[in-house]
Write a protein that binds this ligand. Structure first.
Ligand code: AMP
Ligand code: MG
Length: 434
């Protein structure tokens, strides 16, 4: 793990007012390590395993399929007859094999077995000719030799999952197909990582909670709901600490409390110019914290580091801390592009990069070189099936409806300047992300 000193050195390497997004991501990656293995595991049934992180490899106790079976409705026979040089093959139907009702004996020479999809391939047979390639009259069938090769239409035992081999690896976030695969192995319970706990709160004297009246100059706190939703989707355990007032004592209390109860603490607001020194001072007294300004828009002010609940840094419980900006869109952009990967890593999940798709800008886009911009985009496919993208309109970092109206982030990289209509840009689709 990077020590605080190396950490700071790494940050110092860059202009602190313009830490490139990929450098920030790399530093967060070095800090966000999975928690200790042995103590943080629980056994769960299949239904509860969905979206959880596997704590250990799952080794197949059986072959799936457990026996060679037919991939088609047709006729099973020994493929040897295909190498005789005849233009057609004639066979007599000796019986029927159905899924769950095998034909138990090997057919005689010149015989075949009527077989349905999924039925055990009878002894002595290795090939299935699909019924639509066959002419049948009574018990006699005929098909052209050239239409089939020996071994075709047979599903081999173990071709899906082989006995003794890993079916799923530790770190896997369990998906729908995985639940099915586990069931196909007869496994009803798996070991998963315990959920990490993320405590979050909003800061700002102007904030009101839903249900309270709005007085002049106040606004409803939306970040706690956005954060709740994004965290929920990642499968972490959440603790909502409410709204914290803009004063040192309240903030210190909230941070200590959060650090005691959580693996990760996320705040929003109170890290922009003006509040910055105040926050930084508090962070420095509570932990190993570098104060960042990331070269990204939205999301420039962003504090990251480690907090301690004890009297001094290094004592008591520790937690990673993300001090996100206050603006609602900045909260989402920084969460997805800086926080998300850290939470997955701490949860023990194998790293899985976000899906990036290339698209044509269908309109010019304003972009300043020297920062990565995450504009909200609407991507559609043109007649040729290629993606084209426009922005949602005004890109103010307070315009949360831009996130609801968008279906992707348009990621305009650090060095890039203005985008012309027709230029290629990268987009990160929301599907699977939010
Ligand atoms: P700050 O980073 O605290 O200066 O906040 C930047 C902007 O985001 C201000 O306009 C705040 O009112 C707004 N803001 C901060 N926190 C929230 C929140 N929890 N919900 C909605 N807007 C917020
Ligand atoms: Mg504020």
């Amino acid at each position: 793990m990077t020590t605080p000193k190396e950490f700071s050195a790494c940050v110092a390497h860059y202009d602190p007012n313009a830490l490139p997004v990929d450098a920030a991501q790399e530093i967060v990656r070095q800090w966000a390590l999975p928690r200790a293995r042995d103590t943080k595991v629980e056994r769960v049934g299949l239904h509860d395993a969905l979206d959880r992180v596997l704590a250990e490899d799952v080794i197949s106790p059986i072959d799936v399929p457990a026996y060679d079976n037919s991939a088609m409705d047709g006729y099973a026979f020994s493929g040897e007859v295909l190498s005789r040089g005849d233009a057609t093959v004639d066979l007599t139907v000796a019986g029927t094999a159905l899924a769950g009702r095998p034909f138990e004996r090997a057919p005689d020479a010149g015989q075949c077995v009527r077989i349905m999809t999924g039925a055990l391939i009878p002894p002595g047979c290795d090939t299935v000719v699909p019924q639509e390639l066959v002419a049948r009259e009574g018990d006699a069938i005929r098909f052209a030799t050239a239409t089939i090769r020996a071994g075709q239409n047979r599903r081999l035992s173990g071709e899906d999952l082989a006995k003794g081999k890993p079916a799923l690896f530790a770190g896997r976030v369990v998906r729908a197909s995985d639940l099915g695969s586990l069931a196909s192995l007869g496994i009803g319970e798996v070991s998963v990582r315990k959920r990490i706990t993320v405590a979050f709160f909003s800061t700002g004297d102007e904030l009101r909670s839903v249900g309270e009246p709005l007085d002049a100059g106040s606004l409803y706190d939306s970040n706690r709901y956005t954060l709740f939703a994004m965290l929920k989707r990642l499968g972490v355990h959440t603790v909502d600490l409410g709204i914290v007032r803009d004063d040192r004592a309240s903030l210190e209390k909230a941070l200590r409390q959060a650090t005691q109860s959580a693996d990760v603490v996320i705040s929003s607001g109170g890290v922009s110019v003006g509040d910055a020194d105040f926050t930084r001072e508090l962070m420095n007294s509570l932990g190993d914290v570098a104060f960042w300004k990331i070269a990204m828009r939205p999301g420039r002010p962003l504090a990251f580091g480690r907090l301690w609940s004890g009297e001094r840094a290094g004592t008591g419980e520790s937690a990673l801390f993300f001090g996100l900006p206050g603006n609602p869109v900045a909260v989402m952009a920084t969460f997805y592009f800086v926080v998300r990967e850290a939470l997955l890593a701490m949860s023990g999940a194998t790293r899985a990069p976000l899906t990036v798709v290339r698209a044509r800008a269908a309109e010019p886009m304003k972009k300043r070189a020297g920062r990565t911009e995450f504009q909200r985009g609407i991507a559609t496919r043109d007649e040729e099936g290629r993606y084209r993208v426009v922005t949602t309109g005004p890109q103010g970092s307070g315009v949360l409806s831009s996130m609801s109206n968008a279906n992707c982030f348009i990621v305009l990289e650090h060095a890039r300047g203005d985008v012309d209509a027709g230029d290629e840009v990268e987009i990160v689709p929301f599907d699977g992300l939010i």
